[in-house]
Ligand binder design. Structure first.
Ligand SMILES: *[C@@H]1O[C@H](CO)[C@@H](O)[C@H](O)[C@H]1NC(C)=O
Length: 469
C-alpha cells in the first residue's frame, strides 16, 4: 500500500517535468522539445535576427515563402483504436473471454517487483479520454503552436509580415484541405493579426491539395510506394527485428501481458500515447514510464525508417510527387525577385503554405538535404546513430521551411531556414545566403525538369490533383 502511495506521489511530482526522451518522438515531437529548436534558442539568446547576409553587403528581405506543418494534433482514428485496445488489454473486466483465460494462466503481478505493480495499477486506472471523432484534428495546443510561430515570424520579418501586409491582405495563404491544416491556417492568421494589433481577423486562406498533397494524385507514387509492401520492406523488417522484439518483451513484462498480446502496433501505441499526452495536455504521462531513452530511440528510428522510405530519399518518386510544389515555390521567388516596371503590381511579401510532414519532407528531399551516405535500413540501426535524417529534428509539430529572398547590393540572395535555424543549400556549402541566380543554377536540372506528369505516369484513380490556384 505504501509503495502505491509513494508511486502516485512520484507520478504527480514528475508531471511538472517532461520525459528525458521528449526530443525523440519523431513526427510527434513538440516543436519546443525538438533539439534543433532548443539549440537555436540557446544560440540566439534574446537576439532573434535569423538573417545571415554576407558581412559588408547591405541586404533587406523582400519576400518570405514559408512551408509550415500543422500544429499539435489529436491521434488519427487508427491510433485511437490501438490506444483503446491497449487500455482495454490492461483491464480484465474489459477483455473478452479468450483474453480473460490467458490472464489467469499468466503469472499474477510482481514479475518485475513493486515498480511494475504500481505502474500497472496506475495504467489500469488511466482514463481513456480519446474519442474516434477527434480523428487527427488540431488540438488547442496546435492552434497555439501556429499562433506563436506566426508571432515569432512577424517579429523576425516585420517588413514582410507586419501591420501593412496584414491590413492590406497581402500575405498569401494556401493550405491542404485536411481540417488540421485549415485550422492551422486560421491560427497562423490569428497570430499575425495579434502581432500587428489588427482586429478582427478576416481569414483569407485558399485550399490547394494539388500543391500540398500532390502525392495523392500521383499514380506512380500511390501504386509504387504507398500500396506496395515491397517498397516499405525495411520498415516491416525492422518492426519485427531484434531491437523491436527485445523492447516488446521488456514492455510486455512491465505490463504483465503475455508477449503475443502486445503486438508491435500496440507497443507503438503505448509510445505514441506518451507523446500525445505530453503534446496535447502537457502531461508527463505514466505511459512514458514504460520506456527509457534508448527504447525511445528505437521507436524514433522506426518512425524515421517509415518517413525515409515512404516520404523522402528512399524512392525517387517520393520526391518527384512534389514537383508541383517545387515549381510553385521557385515561380513565386522569381516573381518576387525580378526587376519590375513601376507600373507592375508589387509581389506578395509573403507566401505561407500549410501542409503536412508529407509536404515538407519531399520538398527538403528535392533540395538535396538530409541525405546520408548510407540509407537507413532494418539492419543498420547502430550505424545510423549520427544520421542527419531525423524526423524529430525535421518535422516536429509546426515544423517549417523558410525561404527568404533578400535584396542585396550584388543582386537578390536566398536564405534557407529549417525550423527557424539557418541551413545551407547542399551545393553551396560556403554561404548562408548565396546569390539567387546561383541557387537557380544549382537546381537547374529540377527547374527545367521535375516533371510530375511524366514521373507519376498519370494521375491516381479517384482524385486527380486540383489545378493550381
Ligand atoms: C514495389 O516496390 C519494389 C521495390 O521498390 C519495386 O521494385 C516494384 O516495382 C514495386 N511494385 C509496383 C507495382 O510498383
Amino acid at each position: 500500500m505504501l509503495s502505491v502511495v509513494t508511486s502516485v506521489v512520484f507520478v504527480i511530482l514528475a508531471a511538472a517535468d517532461v520525459p528525458d526522451f521528449a526530443a525523440h518522438f519523431g513526427s510527434k515531437t513538440r516543436y519546443e522539445d525538438s533539439a534543433a529548436y532548443r539549440r537555436l534558442l540557446a544560440e540566439l539568446g534574446a537576439d532573434r535576427s535569423l538573417l545571415r547576409a554576407p558581412s559588408g553587403e547591405r541586404c533587406s528581405p523582400v519576400h518570405l515563402t514559408a512551408l509550415v506543418r500543422h500544429g499539435t494534433r489529436h491521434p488519427t482514428v487508427k491510433n485511437i483504436r490501438a490506444i483503446r485496445q491497449l487500455s482495454n488489454l490492461l483491464r480484465p473486466d474489459r477483455r473478452d473471454d479468450r483474453q480473460a483465460q490467458q490472464d489467469q494462466s499468466s503469472p499474477e503481478g510482481g514479475r518485475d517487483g513493486d515498480s511494475s505493480t504500481w505502474l500497472r495499477d496506475v495504467l489500469r486506472r488511466w482514463d481513456m479520454w480519446y474519442t474516434d471523432d477527434m480523428d487527427g484534428q488540431l488540438a488547442a495546443k496546435g492552434r497555439e503552436d501556429l499562433r506563436q510561430l506566426a508571432t515569432r515570424l512577424a517579429a523576425s520579418f516585420p517588413s514582410l509580415l507586419g501591420e501593412e501586409s496584414v491590413r492590406g491582405g497581402r500575405v498569401r495563404l494556401l493550405t491542404s484541405s485536411k481540417h488540421r491544416c485549415v485550422s492551422s491556417a486560421e491560427a497562423f492568421q490569428e497570430g499575425l493579426h495579434l502581432a500587428a494589433n489588427v482586429a478582427p481577423v478576416h481569414y483569407r486562406h485558399q485550399v490547394d491539395d494539388g500543391l500540398l498533397r500532390a502525392f495523392e494524385g500521383c499514380r506512380g507514387y500511390v501504386e509504387g510506394v504507398e500500396k506496395n509492401r515491397t517498397a516499405l520492406a525495411e520498415v516491416h523488417k525492422f518492426k519485427h527485428g531484434p531491437e523491436m522484439e527485445s523492447l516488446r518483451k521488456k514492455v510486455a513484462g512491465k505490463l504483465g501481458l503475455p508477449l503475443h498480446d502486445l503486438t508491435p502496433d500496440l507497443l507503438e501505441a503505448a509510445f505514441f500515447l506518451c507523446s500525445y499526452e505530453l503534446a496535447i495536455k502537457s502531461l508527463h504521462s505514466p505511459w512514458c514510464f514504460l520506456f527509457e531513452s534508448h527504447d525511445a530511440e528505437v521507436l524514433e528510428y522506426k518512425c524515421d525508417l517509415k518517413l525515409f522510405w515512404k516520404r523522402a530519399h528512399g524512392h525517387a518518386i517520393n520526391l518527384l510527387a512534389s514537383c508541383p510544389l517545387f515549381h510553385h515555390v521557385f515561380r513565386t521567388l522569381d516573381k518576387a525577385g525580378w526587376p519590375r516596371r513601376a507600373t507592375d503590381a508589387p509581389p506578395d511579401p509573403a507566401s505561407i503554405l500549410i501542409g503536412h510532414a508529407e509536404t515538407l519532407l519531399p520538398f527538403l528531399g528535392l533540395l538535396g538535404l538530409y541525405k546520408d551516405e548510407t540509407p537507413p535500413t532494418a539492419d543498420n540501426y547502430h550505424e545510423q546513430h549520427g544520421r542527419s535524417f531525423r524526423s524529430s529534428l525535421l518535422v516536429p509539430y509546426a515544423a517549417n521551411v523558410l525561404l527568404v529572398l533578400l535584396d542585396c547590393a550584388r543582386g537578390p540572395r536566398l536564405q534557407l531556414l529549417v525550423n527557424e535555424a539557418p541551413v545551407r543549400f547542399p551545393g553551396m556549402p560556403d554561404e548562408d545566403a548565396p546569390l539567387y541566380r546561383d541557387v537557380r543554377t544549382a537546381y537547374r536540372h529540377l527547374l527545367d525538369g521535375c516533371d510530375y506528369v511524366e514521373a507519376c505516369g498519370g494521375t491516381a484513380a479517384g482524385r486527380g490533383p486540383n489545378t493550381e490556384l
